[in-house]
Design a protein around this ligand. Structure first.
Ligand SMILES: C[C@@H](O)[C@H](NC(=O)OP(=O)(O)OC[C@H]1O[C@@H](n2cnc3c(N)ncnc32)[C@H](O)[C@@H]1O)C(=O)O
Ligand SMILES: [Fe+2]
Length: 525
């Protein structure tokens, strides 16, 4: 039987694009909307799409011929008016050809075209586009979000910064060129556990040029900072899941410095890295046609009556019917005497645990040195303070510039043994920590150890002294995301954790409430 031929239509934001895919890409046509000034205006983008749709689709069908087995379109996320225009075109074509309609999640399509091109079966995905920035990995039927931006997408941050200097849209590629001529200027680096934030960085970049720093240096500093943040979170996801492949997708993925940094990170930890070529990076019809094809083969079609667009459609809401594997998690490969996390190597061969922060070749040396010293110091300080507050943590024996010598723990890492009882105990420990005025900054189940009837906390590299609700809420949010992405029963584990947390900390309710708010904030639009 010949392979199904699917027509795909993309029109979520700046590009109206159509393609036909069967065993390979048959043809691809695009008509980008370039705003005359300022950023993308949703209604104008939709008018552009409506004006070019017939021509773009006409060209594709002329090349591919009229034999089409299904019509796929981006059903969300994206800008409402643009989504609706593309959806209308897709519906009428499906009815005209008398073929099934397929509603494709745009983010998942970025991932799938990357997997198709690279042939990587089960990668960690850095998806960096205008509106989204997410680190994704597949597990039990869904693409789980290990980390994402808590405010704006990386591309939007670059575009807005460029626009504030009267540079045309899109700013990303222009900043890339300017950055090549500049040297690194330190700007605020924000990683919260597995999550990222870019708006503070963007404001600081604007302030830097306002006080007279050169545009080239600020662009370089902006890129080095933002990309290092993304690569760090990608590496954390690799370390946490044990997966060993990385792909880069989304419009910002076209940036050669970002590609280079991911490549270095992967080489340093023995993972494989690939990025698809530019044509498949930014929004394009091919990714919709291809994802439509594998969805069609899995029977995931929709009735025209159910094909309403969803501007807030999240990648982790998609039921991935077309993958039969479960996705790899916690692969072995790490020795029992030396754990290699994302940031540091821990030598467990001696009486004590010796944790040494590793230089990262993907970061400019100045940023690398600053992060290593800052985190080593913060870690030692916070562990000592936690211990004084009665929180179960290892005893510190010695600290140097990049090394901490501490008591060796012998228990089980919670990610391997998590249960409601352990989650409750974790809640008690985190409650005590927050009560002491410390937030951990990277509360994953990899950093919790069950020993002597209590949950010990390790890895305080992102910890800080803080007693506000917000950073405490982010702490819980990081943990809950980990439970969502790595366990089968996150709801009851979360409940048990909250019960323990409340029992140890009087301010618990406000923090739990804030966590819910933070979760909603991370959503698109
Ligand atoms: C929902 C959908 O509409 C949205 N799509 C989107 O944002 O378009 P995409 O083509 O994936 O990415 C566009 C972004 O990619 C940036 N970009 C393109 N080339 C770049 C480069 N060489 N360096 C940095 N950024 C670049 C642009 O500045 C722009 O912000 C998304 O995927 O979030
Ligand atoms: Fe996109």
């Amino acid at each position: 039987m010949p392979e199904a031929r699917v027509l795909g239509i993309e029109g979520t934001a700046w590009n109206f694009s159509a393609a036909v895919f069967d065993e390979d890409l048959v043809c691809l046509e695009s008509s980008p909307y370039v705003p005359p000034h300022g950023g993308i205006h949703p209604r104008e983008a939709a008018q552009h799409h409506a004006a070019v749709a017939a021509d773009v689709i006409g060209k594709v069908l002329e090349k591919a011929g009229p034999e089409i087995d299904a019509v796929a379109f981006s059903i969300g996320p994206g800008l409402g008016p643009s989504l609706r225009t593309a959806a209308t075109a897709a519906r009428s074509l499906a009815l005209k050809f008398g073929v099934p309609l397929i509603g494709v999640n745009h983010c998942v399509a970025h991932v799938e075209i990357g997997r198709w091109y690279t042939k990587f079966a089960d990668p960690i995905v850095l998806y960096a586009s205008g509106a989204n920035t997410q680190v994704l990995g597949f597990l039990n039927g869904r693409y789980r979000i290990f980390g994402e931006t808590l405010d704006i997408g990386l591309g939007n941050a670059l575009d807005k910064f460029a626009r504030s200097h009267d540079l045309p849209h899109p700013g990303g590629p222009i900043i890339e060129e300017m950055a090549k001529k500049g040297s690194y200027l330190p700007l605020p680096y924000t990683v919260k556990g597995m999550d990222l934030a870019f708006s503070g960085l963007m404001s600081a970049a604007k302030e830097a040029t306002a006080r007279g720093e050169s545009m080239e240096d600020v662009c370089c500093g902006f890129q080095e900072t933002a990309f290092a943040m993304c690569v760090e979170v990608t590496e954390r996801a690799l370390a946490h899941t044990g997966k060993d492949e990385v792909i880069l997708v989304g419009g910002v993925g076209a940036n050669s410095r970002l590609q280079e940094m991911l490549k270095i990170m992967c080489e340093e930890r023995g993972a494989r890295f690939m990025a698809p070529p530019r044509v498949y990076m930014g929004d394009n019809g091919a990714m919709i046609a291809y994802t439509g094809k594998i969805m069609l083969e899995a029977g995931s079609t929709i009735a025209v009556a159910d094909s309403m667009v969803n501007p807030g459609f999240r990648s982790d809401q998609v039921e991935v019917t077309w993958r039969s594997d479960a996705g790899k998690l916690f692969a072995p490969g790490q020795s029992e005497t030396a754990e290699r996390g994302a940031e540091a190597a821990v030598d467990l061969t001696g009486v004590d645990a010796v944790k040494t922060r590793l230089p990262k070749g993907y970061r400019v040396p100045k940023l690398d040195a600053a992060l290593i010293t800052e985190r080593t110091r913060a870690e030692a300080r916070c562990i000592a303070a936690a211990r004084r507050g009665g929180v179960p943590v290892p005893v510190i024996r010695d600290v140097t510039e990049r090394t901490i010598v501490m008591e060796k723990l012998h228990g089980d890492v919670l990610k391997y043994v998590i249960s409601d009882a352990y989650a409750y105990a974790a809640g008690v420990t985190v409650g005590k920590l927050h009560k002491t005025g410390i937030v951990h900054g990277d509360l994953t189940t990899s950093n919790m150890i069950w020993q002597n009837g209590r949950v010990y906390l390790i890895d305080f590299g992102l910890a800080q002294m803080a007693d506000e609700i917000e950073p405490r809420g982010v702490d819980l949010h990081v943990l809950f995301q980990t439970l969502e992405s790595t366990t089968a029963s996150p709801a009851s584990l979360k409940q048990a954790f909250c019960d323990g947390y409340r029992s140890a900390f009087a301010g618990a309710d406000a923090v739990i409430e804030r966590e819910v708010e933070i979760e909603l904030r991370g959503r698109y639009l």
